[in-house]
Design a binder for this molecule. Structure first.
Ligand code: HEM
Length: 399
């Protein structure tokens, strides 16, 4: 296993994401160097208390590392990444977040339930037909497709248009040598062509809601509408697909937990939260320190970036008893840091949980037993996401 002195420098830390020993390495970092100077102005933060504190500190700015990840300020997507919520701070962020949050109220999530149910039924039927005759890829047939269909419905984009312009950006195989940059650039061009200069034209989905003023007349600028449309697509699909795949994998690896949730689907919310804690699909977030600060006895100079390992924090034994154990009865919803925390807390957390719950209820209602048919390899094309690149499963009807 890597020692602390062998860790990649600076943002190279993202290259750990697809490693088989990922959690072991991060446990080691948290134990041996919980606030670690990784070089190039980047500090790794991995204890639960520290990560939680940093996420909620309004003096620390969101959006660090984003410019680097997308090619610096000269990049053609710089306007997009600087105008989306995840890069905004203070009053600018509060104003824009209130306008975007209108799309994700409990009532809005509830309205999507029927779409999630119909998609889940179709996808599960397709999976079973294949998996009864041999190994079928759960990621390709189910995990990646459900969140994509849900977001397509949210935007009210026709299937052919979605398939031509958006879906290819999220097909794992098509992105093997790509990166987040290609996806963001493609989406930014697509939404720009669609929205800019559209005047009063209505689109019929959440683009209309993003463009609509609130009761006081506040509204997002056109650049903010485009940027947040891109953000919603990029933030919603791979993360939720990863949660679905990681949950399936954990349940396959822990047959007792699988048997319990299959027998009693009311245990699903606990199992999903434990999957979010144990193997978060979005395992990190970032902040920027404009002023010098001290954390865990380490001085962090002004201008540093902070890399927050949500994965390591979620396995901190100071917060979770026996953190390595996958325990669906743990009741960790309010302590897991997988959706971040503080002013940037994930706006789609409730939608993601709803999708995964309905999908697994549908899967288990079919009454099959599932088997994992091949070892798992981790996604390499999007290092902000830790999830299986594929998950070959077969199924049988129990006797
Ligand atoms: C399992 C699924 C998901 C995970 C693990 C996840 C994780 C995260 C994380 C870690 C953040 C940053 C929080 C911070 O730094 O404090 C975030 C922000 C965000 N997420 Fe999610 N997310 C998921 C699904 C979704 C979905 C389904 C949507 C929308 C449909 C969404 C929309 C957003 C938005 C808009 C933000 C930015 C909020 C802000 O900056 O104010 N996410 N998410």
């Amino acid at each position: 296993m890597l020692t602390i002195s062998d860790l990649p420098r600076g943002w190279g830390i993202l290259s750990l994401t697809p490693r088989e020993d990922y959690f072991a390495v991060w446990n080691r970092i948290r134990t041996e160097a919980p606030v670690h100077d990784a070089g190039d102005g980047l500090f790794l933060i991995s204890r639960w208390d520290d990560v939680n504190r940093v996420l909620r500190d309004p003096a620390l700015l969101a959006g660090s590392g984003v410019a680097q990840a997308f090619g610096g300020s000269a990049s053609p997507v710089a306007s997009v990444v600087s105008n989306w919520l995840m890069s905004q701070n203070g009053e600018t962020h509060r104003r824009a977040r209130a306008l975007v949050a209108r799309l994700f109220t409990p009532a809005a999530v509830d309205r999507l339930r029927a779409v999630v149910e119909i998609c889940s039924t179709e996808l599960v039927e397709g999976l079973l037909q294949r998996a009864e005759h041999g190994p079928a890829d759960f990621v390709d047939l189910v995990a990646q497709r459900l969140p994509s269909e849900v977001i397509r419905h949210l935007f009210a984009i026709a299937p052919a248009e979605w398939a031509a312009h958006v879906q290819p950006l999220f097909v794992v195989q098509a992105l093997q040598d790509g990166d987040g940059f290609a996806a963001v650039k493609g989406l930014a061009e697509y939404f720009h062509a669609k929205i800019s200069g559209a005047g009063d034209r209505q689109f019929g989905g959440i683009i209309d809601e993003l463009r609509a003023p609130d009761r006081t007349g506040e509204h997002l600028s056109e650049a903010e509408v485009i940027a947040n449309a891109v953000l919603i697509v990029t933030a919603a699909i791979d993360t939720t697909a990863g949660l679905i795949a990681n949950t399936m994998l954990r349940l396959l690896e822990y047959p007792e937990a699988m048997a319990q949730v299959q027998a009693d689907p009311s245990l699903l919310p606990g199992a999903i939260d434990e999957s979010l804690r144990h193997c978060p699909s979005a395992p990190s977030s970032t902040r920027h320190a404009p002023q010098a600060m001290e954390l865990g006895g380490v001085r962090i100079p002004a201008g540093s970036d902070l890399f927050l390992s949500l994965a390591a924090a979620n396995r901190d034994p100071a917060q979770f008893t026996e953190p390595e154990r996958f325990d669906i009865h743990r009741d960790c919803a309010t302590r897991l840091l997988t959706f971040g925390g503080g002013p940037h807390f994930c706006l789609g957390a409730s939608l993601a949980r709803t999708e995964v719950r309905i999908l697994f209820e549908t899967l288990f209602a079919a009454g099959r037993e599932f088997r994992l048919c091949a070892p798992v390899a981790w996604r390499q094309d999007n290092l902000s996401v830790r999830a299986p690149a594929g998950l070959l499963v077969s199924c049988v009807r129990p006797r």
